[in-house]
Design a binder for this molecule. Structure first.
Ligand SMILES: [Zn+2]
Length: 234
């Protein structure tokens, strides 16, 4: 049985978090922020707390309560497990707009993030210029013993954990357990955007991501539509 659960991005622009399950394989397509949800509760100077962010997002219904999905430092801090194994085999990222990728910062670093090279570079830019943690997570609540034998709070390079980033090539299929993934480039308002066709054990499905039918890569969008036509989509 193939199941799709929409944890965001329904009757909304962005906030996409689509969970696809096939024969025990679970993958997420995008893990983005909903401007609508965040706008209901937060503003420029009033955001979710930092260490307690997950508690705030769960309470407000902004993030789904999926065990094993979130970074263990924050999950443990808010009493949401943290020692269990993760069931999520991968996150497929369509593109690096925040309404598709923002909450990657909260995921466990060992969950592979599949993205285009351009998306990786854009997220690296977010890491280097802002406070988000896309490619490298900085673990909280860590301590170490300094030269004088004192216990100190660890920060910076001492607490850096790289995420498992898997760069795919446009048009080149890859597999995540029972699911075959076709990443197909499309045109949008930033570089490195892909749509996906997933071939599961019970049929094929497509995720357009964000696309447009004009721009420098309009032919790529047309090609994606053609591939959808050829793929007996459910
Ligand atoms: Zn977009």
């Amino acid at each position: 049985m193939t199941n799709i659960t929409f944890h965001g991005g329904v009757n909304d622009i962005g906030g996409n978090k689509f969970l696809v399950e096939d024969k025990g394989t679970k993958i997420l397509m995008d893990f983005g922020m909903s401007f609508t949800d965040e706008g209901k509760f937060f503003s420029q100077f009033m955001n979710a707390r930092t260490s307690n962010s997950l508690a705030d997002y769960f309470e407000l219904g902004i993030l789904p309560k999926i065990p094993g999905l979130y970074r263990t430092d924050i999950a443990k801090h808010v009493g949401f497990g943290g020692d269990e194994a993760t069931e999520i085999g991968a996150v497929l990222l369509t593109h690096a707009h925040v309404d598709h990728c923002k909450y990657i910062s909260y995921l466990r670093p060992d969950i592979p993030i599949y993205c285009s090279e351009a998306s990786k570079l854009i997220m690296q830019n977010y890491d280097e210029t802002g406070t988000d943690q896309y490619l490298t997570l900085k673990e909280r609540f860590q301590v170490y013993t300094n030269n004088k034998g004192e216990i100190s709070r660890a920060s910076g390079d001492k607490v850096k954990i790289p995420r498992n980033i898997q760069v795919f090539e446009d048009g080149k299929k890859f597999s995540i357990d029972s699911i075959d993934v076709e990443p197909l480039p499309v045109d949008h308002s930033l570089p490195g955007v892909d749509a996906f066709i997933l071939h599961t054990s019970e049929g094929s499905i497509a995720n357009t991501g964000d696309l447009r039918f004009h721009g420098r890569r309009e032919k790529d969008t047309a090609r994606f539509v053609e591939r959808c036509g050829e793929s007996s989509l459910d």
